[in-house]
Ligand binder design. Structure first.
Ligand SMILES: NC(=O)c1ccc[n+]([C@@H]2O[C@H](COP(=O)([O-])OP(=O)(O)OC[C@H]3O[C@@H](n4cnc5c(N)ncnc54)[C@H](O)[C@@H]3O)[C@@H](O)[C@H]2O)c1
Length: 261
């Protein structure tokens, strides 16, 4: 980056290697793009090779240094491959953004079954922890790092009809708090992002439903549905030296809905 005086100042994530799960569309892609524009080399991943290839090409076309690999975060071999790929292609890991999540169920929580709970807790919570566990030794090798876990405002106030998903997001608020003090002595910070309603494929059942959308809009302070880019700057900030004294915290990006719930 060149200032007016002709002095070159490094971008805030220059030299950093970032790994973002579920980063071929939606919030994950916006975060990956922003980390890249802020100077990081980024490893993209999601479940399908063709989506990984497309996102890698798109971001390379913007001049960003990115690689991609398929990773279903619920699959142990895929998680190990993700970490190894970051080390092989970029030499290590400084930043982990755990963004992948599933929600295979909508309805009364009492109607949800064991299969639903297993899937939601495996992908949203257990895989997040297991990825952190794999990434921490690699961060230690580079003297520290930063982890951001993507939760949701539903983690504070369960969304009606999304009980099991909401509980998994509450668990991620707890995971952030549990990890932060243990990882502080290793110079690794752990923070959390809690988006409100953001316009993505994942949330389309909400914003495409006129009645639900109208109700949700009435809870907002800023009267528009959020965009994936609205989340990206907050994550980049949390990963940057500007947040060097922040750990165990959650940033809510919800257009003010959270403060009104
Ligand atoms: N969109 C919202 O309104 C909203 C609100 C709060 C929180 N969130 C959270 O933001 C995160 C991203 O959601 P989004 O709205 O951008 O969704 P999205 O539909 O745009 O993207 C979801 C991504 O997750 C990937 N994915 C799903 N299961 C996966 C798995 N097992 N392994 C790897 N990748 C997997 C998909 O391939 C896709 O790329 C999620 O954690 C979600 O819970 C979203």
């Amino acid at each position: 980056m060149q200032s007016a005086g002709g002095v070159t100042t490094p971008k805030k994530l220059q030299g950093k290697v970032a790994l973002v799960t579920a980063s071929t569309e939606g919030i994950g892609l916006a975060i990956a793009r922003r980390l890249g524009h802020d100077g990081a080399r980024v490893l993209l991943s999601s479940r399908k090779q063709q989506n990984v290839d497309r996102a890698v090409q798109d971001l390379r076309n913007e001049g960003l240094e990115v690689e991609g690999t398929v990773c279903h975060v619920g699959n142990r071999e895929d998680r190990e491959k993700l970490i190894e790929t970051a080390v092989q292609r970029f030499g290590g890991i400084d930043i982990l953004v755990s963004n992948a999540a599933v929600n295979p169920f909508a309805g009364s929580i009492l109607e949800s079954n064991e299969e639903v709970w297993d899937k939601i807790l495996d992908v949203n919570v257990k895989a997040t922890f297991l990825l952190v566990k794999l990434a921490v030794p690699k961060m230690q090798e580079r003297g520290g790092g930063s982890i951001v876990i993507v939760s949701s405002v539903a983690g504070f106030t369960p969304f009606p009809t999304l009980g099991p998903y909401s509980v998994s997001k509450t668990a991620l608020l707890g995971l952030t708090k549990a990890l932060a003090p243990e990882l502080s002595p290793l110079n690794i910070r752990v923070n959390c992002l809690a988006p409100g309603l953001i316009r993505t494929k994942f949330s389309s059942a909400l914003w495409k439903n006129e009645a639900v959308c109208e109700h949700l809009m009435s809870t907002l302070g800023i009267s528009r549905i959020g965009q994936p880019d609205d989340c990206a700057g907050a994550v980049s900030f949390l990963c940057s030296p500007d947040a060097s004294y922040i750990t165990g915290e959650t940033i809510v990006v919800s257009g003010g809905s959270h403060s009104r719930l």
